[in-house]
Design a binder for this molecule. Structure first.
Ligand SMILES: [Zn+2]
Length: 242
């Protein structure tokens, strides 16, 4: 019997279907894949545990990701601080500040095999003169949130850049903070290196990792600036320096 036509209309229904599917899988393991009774006993409750792990750790509903991203924006203001404000017109560091968070460890599921991908992320943005900054933990939180869906590494890397630039920064401005005191981003760059279990454990069974970059604004066409991010990313151990 084929079940691929079963659809849920609500998130709650979808979660109960996931639980049912894992319980079916667990029954199959129990009945056909165990050598001993002891092995069967080890499967007790595994359907529930596996469904919980998937839903709590790997896949969030889109609405939850957007809600939590919005929550990040509202909590940014109290921890923002001005940088370069005292020397914005006279100091040697007046124009820009490069802020890099690395390595950020995240993990997701590939959309083709539902197997884990382990990431090391280097996440950077360039501020304009007198800009405030967002808390560094926010960069990690954005990277953790955006990976909680079945997404390919290339799209994840692109979204790290566009979401910080277009959603988070724009959100701060929309909330009414004085634009002269807001975070002004001149460009964003993300580099991700991923260990894909679907590449390592099946198919080609290659031990290689995949590294992807994406950038916007001032990073475009500025290879020296890009190289600074690559140099930091190389320290994550995934990528040998160019
Ligand atoms: Zn895959």
């Amino acid at each position: 019997m084929v079940h691929n036509t079963i659809k849920a209309t609500t998130e709650a229904e979808a979660k109960s279907l996931v639980l049912a599917a894992f319980n079916i899988l667990n029954t199959y393991f129990h009945d056909h894949c165990c050598f001993t009774i002891q092995e069967q006993l080890n499967l007790h409750g595994s359907g529930e545990r596996a469904a919980k792990a998937l839903l709590n750790e790997f896949i969030y509903p889109t609405s939850q990701i957007l809600d939590e991203l919005g929550g990040l924006v509202t909590s940014v203001f109290p921890v923002t601080e001005t940088i370069s404000s005292s020397n914005a017109t006279t100091g040697p560091y007046a124009e820009y500040g490069l802020i890099i968070q690395s390595p950020i460890s995240t993990y997701g599921l590939c959309p083709h095999h539902f197997l884990p991908i382990l990431y090391k992320v280097t996440y950077a943005y360039l501020t304009g003169s007198g800009s405030r900054v967002i808390g560094l933990s926010k960069l990690s939180r954005i990277a953790e949130l955006l990976v909680k869906r079945p997404v390919v590494q290339e799209q994840y890397t692109k979204d790290l850049v566009t979401v910080l630039q277009d959603r988070v920064i724009a959100g701060i401005i929309q909330l009414g903070i004085d634009p002269s005191k807001a975070v002004r981003v001149e460009g964003v760059m993300a580099v991700t290196s991923g260990e894909h279990m679907c590449v390592k454990c099946r198919g080609v069974r290659s031990d290689s990792d995949t590294t992807v970059d994406f950038f916007s604004g001032a990073f475009v066409g500025n290879t020296a600036l890009q190289q600074r991010i690559w140099d930091v990313h190389a320290r994550s151990g995934f990528y040998a320096s160019k």
